[in-house]
Design a protein around this ligand. Sequence first.
Ligand code: F0G
Length: 460
Amino acid sequence: MLTRRPGGEPFKIKAVEPVGITTRQQREEILRKAGYLQFRIPSEFVYIDLMTDSGTSAMSDNQWAGIMMGDEAYAGCRNFFNLESAVRDIFTYPYVIPTHQGRAAENILMLAMLRPGDYVLGNMFFDTTIAHIEHKGCIGEEFLIPEGYDTESEHPFKGNVDVERMEDFIKKNGASRVGMIIITITSNSNGGQPVSMRNIREVSGVARQYGIPLIFDAARYSENCFFIKKRERGYEDKTLPEIAAELFSYGDGATCSAKKCALVNIGGFIAVKSKEVYDKCLQYLVLFEGFPTYGGLAGRDLEAMARGLRQGLDEAYLEDRIGQVAYLARRLSEAGASVVTPPGGHGVYVDCKKTLPHLEMDKFPADALSVALYLDSGVRTVGLGTLAFGRKDAGGGWVFPELELLRFAIPRRVYTDRHMDVVADSMSSVLKDRGNIKGLRLVKEAPRLRHFLSTLEPLP
Ligand code: F0G
């Protein structure tokens, strides 16, 4: 496990924001009103918000200065050209298209590249990625290595693709039916787990052999590059920009939610090698996002993104960031939680099947633990288990997902290790009485997007 950087945080704090301090009695009432759904809790009542690392970063003084340099011209604003040059430098792809966030980039690139009925192959798709694949009438197939599903495996690259199984699939179904391969770096859905350079090179070999485009979902690309430097032989002496350049050289393009590693509160982009794909994307871009030099964002947002992209590859920052994730993982594990190992890049994932073995899956163990933590300390987390991903069979019975995880996603440069101590201490006190966590039941089940829109209540 990585340890904390001995020197402490590589930044000092210039602006502060008060956080919501509430009493347990108030939190009982807040939870009741929210239908025991974390998404319905107003953030002013949250003490430490680990719901997501997306769009929640603290920007640097340099980025805030960039905000004042926004050129709000409709066409050709200077901030677009700054963004374009940052993306070209890091991603190496010549054609850059801004979008308002990651899912908009997915929508546009898939509209441009996929035909209905195509297969899309990948390691593990994020929710919006699979939703966009299906929205285009296509079928997503995941080929994560088996270690990726094993929450206790210490494999250093649990986001890797099982290349042999993927190639077999291509041979069986025919390459012409595969519209693209998407490698998500890092793989969010199983814990922010990285993909090795070797694995990316091998997938690229298969993609090229069969003439299939290889696209990266690059939301957390800089954290992936950092893991390659720390864990893969031959990369220890390379700089992170060198690692990024090699990694992206194996693909044909990327979609990126800039709300993660690019350290902004809103933004995204597409970057591609092919002029033909770029031209097709522009048709949809104008329809859904805006003119190609602003793509649904203000000039100032483009500037913050251009600057954040470069800062996101700073090694001291990444050492601190990923060190903080590892620190929380160790503290939660000491508190008695079964933590997914090794910890990933953007948060700690707790295996709730193992942490609350007395709860059946239809009692939503991850969300029940989430509610118990909020009640105890005002810490907000998000359940990624049955409530989010469970399906119903024809008879209305549950088809449970493989994993029942509680995610502690850490916003970048926002919380100190003392905040992490509060989270771990709360986990410890909650787990001392884990038998008291009886689970939740659905009072009103939303027909779609269940975990965003349903209403629950605690079981007696
Ligand atoms: N790809 C990955 C791997 C993601 O984690 C996300 C968002 C997206 C694409 C979509 O990007 O939100 O900018 O439209 N993940 C957030 C999360 C929501 O909480 O993990 P977006």
